[in-house]
Design a protein around this ligand. Structure first.
Ligand code: AHR
Length: 489
């Protein structure tokens, strides 16, 4: 029998709600069509931003939104995206399909989106092809409340009050699309640019440095050694999929199921090893590990633009989300933010759109089920479980995390990675007595279950009666290939 011990009386660290953050880039149909349809669109919108999407996203309580990229960020010149829309210059999105954009979605529209979503803005600045002055001016334009050339310009463009900007990324993937730099070179550049990302008019900016790709531990070592004192966060990017033979998001067998889940679980090793390096230079944990790009990367949907990274999303992606978020929760002492890539119509999306139609993906439902952990206190767990074996390889059958919220409700999220067999688990809850239990499950009879524009609710969370109170805690029978959230009072 699988066994979980939850130390309900030993909670010490808060699960920063920003772990449930999002990333929206000017890529494919994420910004344009996904959010932005323009004020004259027949699709119901508020100042150009579609209402159905805002309404759906608000239900998963997005705590923070990273924008405008991604690779796009180091090619983006913010002044092209302000002022009268008709007069804005176009930009060719060289990284993503070579399409020409009209810059109708810029700084003002982004802050409007954040206000509509009730989320915090996280802007990623341009180090690769932008100047220090450009970055400095952007921060002044957004946050300064005195009189200056930048605030005059902001007021001319219709915004009197400054906005609050709590997070700013100093470049994106500067080891690759953001300038092909060595870590030593980028560390110097980071310090130079970050110096001009100022705290103005009482706005306090958390500066986030470009971090490593996957297991580039050398990058983390150099950045922490050279620049830890000047940053509040170090980014980490990791995508999982079926490796170089990127395969269909919906047409796959058990071998691909296993491969993708195994590669998702590699996040545990990544977070542990990068955190160990960070602990060395920053023993008091002042610098957060910000996993500001993560998720599945499958083959594109047939017939779509390869540069748009449009993929469907199945129960397998939901499992990836559940496993990964459990890892982040359990490492919340160091992981202070994470941003799944990307919110709409790109990679592991929450939402897919087609004209006026919209659907919520299985990944969306996991984010909704896990909202209970946002800003709750993580409860340390110890888990002993069997393995799910496939073709001579294996991964743990069960993944779990637990937290207690401000009303003393305990929430446990559990995943069963095995697509064929239910997993019985017995949980000992130390330090509290259980008086009531309720739970929900996300599962399906097929591994590739997904929602379509014709069957919106093919897969969605359902009430679950497989969790029972015992004298020391509870037991649960986790269905094969499932994600379960349990609430204990
Ligand atoms: O999310 C898609 C791309 O993946 C981002 O633009 C880039 O930062 C990463 O390589």
């Amino acid at each position: 029998m699988n066994k979980l011990v939850i130390n309900a009386d030993l909670g010490k660290h808060r699960i920063n709600k920003n772990i449930y953050g999002h990333f929206s880039e000017h890529l494919g149909r994420c910004i344009y069509e996904g959010y932005w349809v323009g004020e004259d669109s027949p699709i119901p919108n508020t100042r150009g931003i579609r209402n159905d999407v805002v309404q759906a996203l608000r239900k998963i309580k997005p705590p923070v939104m990273r924008w405008p990229g991604g690779c796009f960020a180091d090619d983006y010149h913010w002044m092209d995206g302000i002022g009268s829309r008709e007069k804005r210059p176009t930009i060719v999105n060289v990284h993503w399909g070579g399409v020409t954009e009209n810059n109708h979605f810029g700084t003002h529209e982004f802050f409007d989106l954040c206000e509509q979503l009730d989320t915090q803005p996280y802007i990623c600045g341009n180090v690769g092809s932008g100047t220090v002055r450009e970055m400095r001016d952007w921060v002044e334009y957004i946050t300064f409340d005195g009189k200056s050339p930048m605030t005059d310009l902001r007021r001319e463009n219709g915004r009197d009050e400054p906005w609050k900007l709590p997070y700013f990324g100093v470049g994106n993937e500067n080891w690759g699309c953001g300038g092909c730099m060595r870590p030593e070179y980028y560390a110097n550049e980071y310090k130079r640019y970050a110096c001009y990302v100022r705290n103005l008019s009482g706005n306090m900016i958390n500066k986030i440095a470009c971090g490593p790709c996957d297991k580039d531990y050398h990058w983390t070592d150099v950045l922490m050694r050279e620049a830890a004192e000047t940053m509040q966060g170090l980014a980490l990017h990791y995508y999982c999929g079926t490796g170089h033979k990127s395969r269909s998001a919906t047409v796959f067998e058990e071998d691909d199921w296993f491969t993708v889940l195994k590669s998702a679980l590699f996040m545990e090793e990544l977070v542990t090893k990068h955190s160990t390096i960070m602990d060395h230079y920053d023993p008091h944990g002042k610098v957060g590990l910000m996993v500001d790009e993560w998720g599945t990367w499958h083959d594109i949907e047939p017939g779509t633009n390869p540069g748009f990274l449009y993929q469907q999303n199945t129960l397998r992606d939901a499992l990836v989300a559940g496993l990964t978020l459990n890892i982040f929760n359990n490492h919340c002492e160091r992981v202070q933010m994470a941003n799944i890539a990307q919110t709409i119509n790109v990679l592991q999306a929450m939402i897919l759109t087609e004209g006026e139609k919209m659907l919520c993906t299985p990944t969306y439902h996991v984010f909704e089920m896990y909202t209970v952990h946002q800003d709750a206190t993580m409860l340390p767990i110890s888990l002993t479980c069997s393995d799910y074996e496939f073709d001579g390889d294996k991964i743990p059958t069960v993944s779990a995390s637990a937290s207690v919220d401000s009303e003393s409700k305990i929430h446990v999220t559990l995943c069963n990675t095995d697509p064929n067999t239910d997993a019985e688990i017995s949980c000992e809850l130390r330090g509290v007595a259980v008086s009531s239990i309720s739970s929900r499950v996300l599962t399906s009879s097929t591994i590739n279950a997904h929602n379509t524009f014709d069957t919106l609710d093919n897969i969605k969370p359902e009430a679950f009666d497989g969790a029972k109170i015992t004298s020391s805690g509870f037991t649960a029978k986790l269905p094969a290939k499932s994600i379960v959230v349990i609430e204990i009072k």
